[in-house]
Design a protein around this ligand. Structure first.
Ligand code: 13P
Length: 244
C-alpha cells in the first residue's frame, strides 16, 4: 500500500500563494518522479481556492476539501455539499478534524452523517480522530479514540472510500509530535477496530521532514495528514522523501 501524503492547508494563504504552493508541489514531484513509487499526494486548500488550484494540478496530486455539508444541495446557506465538491473534481474530503469538533461543536454522529453523504457523492473521506492532552494524561486515549471510531464512521466503510487520520489534539500545531511508541500503540489499536485491513491510517500532528522517517516507518502508519509543514512545497515533499 502506498503512503498517502496529505496536506491540510487549513484557513491559510491567499489565492496567489495557494497557486504558487500547488505549482511548487507539482514541480517538486516532476523533478523527483521516484516519489510516486511509494506515495500518493493530496492537497486540501480552502473552499474558495479549490477550483483554481485544481487547474494547477496533474494526475500526481489529488484535490480534497476540508469539510462538507451534512445535507445535499438546497436551502442551506453557507454550506458546500459533497456533490459540489465532486463536481469540481475533488476526490477527498477531510471530516471530523479536531478543529471542527472544537470550533463548530461537531460530534461523532454528525460526522458519520457527513461521511455517508460524501460517500454517496463518490468522495473518499479522511475521518479524523484523536484525544486531547487531558484525556491522554488520564490514560483514556483508547476509550476516546475507540468511541470516535465507533460513532463517527458511517456504515460500509472500506479502503476504497475511507482513510482514518489519528491526530492527537495536543500534537497539532505545537511542534511536539507524539512519540513513535505512542503512535505505534494507537495505530495498532485503530487497526484492530477496523474491519477492512487495507484502510489507510494516517498520523497527523507536527509532522515535518525531520521526524517523518521515524513516523512513516512505524507499522500501521500509512501516511501523514500534514498542517504547517504542508504550506511549503519543500517541507511537504521533504516528508515523503524522508521516508524513502
Ligand atoms: P500540524 O501539522 O500543523 O501540526 O497540523 C496537523 C493537522 O491538524 C493536520 O490536519
Amino acid at each position: 500500500m502506498k503512503n498517502l501524503i496529505a496536506g491540510n492547508w487549513k484557513m491559510n494563504g491567499t489565492l496567489e500563494s495557494c497557486l504558487a504552493l500547488a505549482r511548487g508541489v507539482v514541480e517538486g514531484i516532476q523533478a523527483d518522479p521516484q516519489l510516486l513509487k511509494k506515495n500518493e499526494f493530496l492537497i486540501c486548500p480552502s473552499y474558495p481556492y479549490l477550483v483554481l488550484v485544481q487547474a494547477e494540478l496533474t494526475q500526481a496530486v489529488a484535490l480534497g476539501a476540508q469539510d462538507c455539508a451534512v445535507k445535499n444541495n438546497g436551502a442551506h446557506t453557507g454550506d458546500v455539499s459533497a456533490e459540489m465538491l465532486k463536481n469540481i473534481n475533488c476526490s477527498y474530503v477531510i471530516l471530523g478534524h479536531s478543529e471542527r469538533r472544537a470550533d463548530h461543536r461537531e460530534q461523532d454522529g454528525y460526522i458519520a452523517e457527513k461521511a455517508a453523504m460524501a460517500h454517496r457523492a463518490g468522495l473518499n473521506t479522511i475521518i479524523c480522530v484523536g484525544e486531547t492532552e487531558e484525556q491522554r494524561e488520564k490514560g483514556i486515549q483508547e476509550e476516546v479514540v475507540g468511541e470516535q471510531l465507533r460513532d463517527s464512521l458511517p456504515t460500509h466503510v472500506t479502503a476504497e472510500n475511507t482513510v482514518i487520520a489519528y491526530e492527537p489534539v495536543w500534537a497539532i500545531g505545537t511542534g511536539k509530535s507524539a512519540t513513535p511508541d505512542d503512535i505505534a500503540a494507537m495505530h495498532g489499536f485503530i487497526r484492530d477496530q477496523l474491519e477492512d485491513e487495507n484502510i489507510r491510517i494516517l498520523y497527523g500532528g507536527s509532522m515535518k521532514p525531520s521526524n517523518a522517517a521515524d513516523i512513516l516507518t512505524i507499522e500501521n502508519v500509512n501516511g501523514g495528514l500534514i498542517g504547517g509543514a504542508s504550506l511549503k512545497a519543500e517541507d511537504f515533499l521533504g516528508i515523503a522523501k524522508a521516508a524513502e
